[in-house]
Design a protein around this ligand. Structure first.
Ligand code: PMP
Ligand code: GLN
Length: 379
């Protein structure tokens, strides 16, 4: 076949999870919890199915869920989105990101992304004929360099994609960062896509700075979130976007012919589950305990841990252990030590390699302990 994407490989998350399964390794690579969500969520889904809520929901999502999303966003970030025209339920954040890119980026347009960059952004941009322009988050604190971003903006810049809390580095955008971004795009028609799927997972008392809480930026931003991260159900593939009506109308033009709408019983179950705000508000403390537990165990190994201010990922340098490139190191660690991780060079277009790997700590304590025991025996 004359492939349209001859250079596109398989996502690193599939590659590493498959290798972990093949080798019987403890899988700390792909980001997903290895523990169950609460039965109340499953009971609700079952009840709605039995009650016959099994046909097509409206294109933008069921009103019950859109209302719950609008209420949550207003309570947390102070912006009230219109349930009819400014909230759309999506099949996870990945679909939301792809749809947003397809809705706004024309062939030849430039989209600024920050490296290390989450692996779906650049393929989405390139699939619609756009050009990804890479700004750098600087090792080791991975903060944006706004002077560099300013130098990358051209008349062709159509979109900037930001992600906070940031996968894979766990860094956060501050209020000052968001003000700088607002200054840079003032007077342009640049659309911002803000990937906030880890909005509830921040540590040490840090507060999430949502772009939709910044009135000037909110007028040009689509914010993406995912229930997979928040309610421990990555396999349900359900998320949402909020944004001003004019942008949302464009988003929905693509959404309607992409997925049209999303699994009805999950929407109803989540709408119900969201009514108890402690479920998302308690997530930070829940994951901070796991982060601290994992970091404490890892302190006895030769890995050098980088700061982790949010997300459920921990970066670590391994130069005291090996001088292999990170992909080879991750493969070796999976095969020979029995712990699977993600090589961070996978998040760089040019394969830049700082000898850093990513561990996912969204796991039961016994899983984390088993992984670090294997590391302890090997090093
Ligand atoms: N963006 C980021 C930064 C992510 O880490 C992930 C998944 N872990 C996604 C988007 C995709 O989310 P979903 O599974 O809801 O498609
Ligand atoms: N976002 C998850 C991660 O960073 C993986 C999602 C996927 O496998 N596509 O590990």
């Amino acid at each position: 076949i004359d492939s349209r994407f001859p250079d596109m490989g398989t996502t690193i998350f599939t590659v590493m999870s498959r290798l972990a399964a093949e080798c019987g390794a403890v899988n700390l690579s792909q980001g997903f919890p290895d523990f169950q969500a609460e039965p109340a969520l499953f009971d609700a889904m079952h009840r709605h199915m039995l009650a016959g809520r099994n046909q097509y929901p409206p294109m933008a999502g069921l009103p019950e869920l859109r209302q719950a999303i609008a209420d949550k966003v207003a309570a947390l970030y102070g912006t009230r989105f219109d349930v009819e025209s400014e909230v759309t339920v999506t099949a996870g954040a990945t679909q939301a990101i792809f749809t947003a890119v397809a809705a706004f980026v024309r062939p030849g347009d430039e989209v600024i992304v920050f490296e290390p960059v989450y692996d779906s952004y650049v393929p989405a941009i390139e699939t619609v004929g756009g050009k990804a322009v890479h700004a750098q988050l600087q090792f080791p604190d991975y903060a944006p360099d706004w002077a560099q971003v300013a130098s990358l903006i051209t008349p062709k810049t159509r979109m900037i994609i930001v992600n906070s809390p940031h996968n894979p580095t766990g860094s956060l955008l501050t209020a000052a960062d968001v003000d700088r971004l607002a200054e840079l795009v003032r007077g342009t028609d640049i659309v911002i896509l803000s990937d906030e799927v880890y909005e509830h997972i921040l540590f040490d008392g840090e507060r999430h700075v949502s772009l939709c809480g910044h009135p000037e930026l909110a007028a040009r931003t689509i914010v993406v979130s995912s229930f997979g991260k928040t309610y421990h159900i990555t396999g349900w593939k359900i998320g949402y976007v909020v944004g001003p009506a004019a942008l949302m109308a464009e988003f929905r033009k693509v959404h309607q012919f992409n997925v049209f709408t999303v699994h009805a019983p999950s929407q109803l179950a989540i709408a119900e589950y969201m009514q108890d705000a402690s479920r998302h508000l308690g997530l930070a403390a829940f994951y901070q305990e796991k982060r601290d537990f994992f970091r404490q165990l890892m302190a006895a190994t030769p890995f050098e841990l980088l700061p982790c201010r949010g997300t459920y990922f921990q970066l670590a340098r391994y130069d005291r252990i090996s001088d292999l490139p990170d992909r080879a190191f991750a493969e070796w660690l999976t095969r020979e030590v029995g712990v699977a991780v993600i090589p961070v060079s996978a998040f760089y277009a040019d394969g830049r390699d700082d000898n850093v790997v990513r561990f996912c700590f969204a796991k039961r304590e016994e899983t984390l302990r088993a992984a670090v025991e294997r590391l302890g025996k090997a090093f």
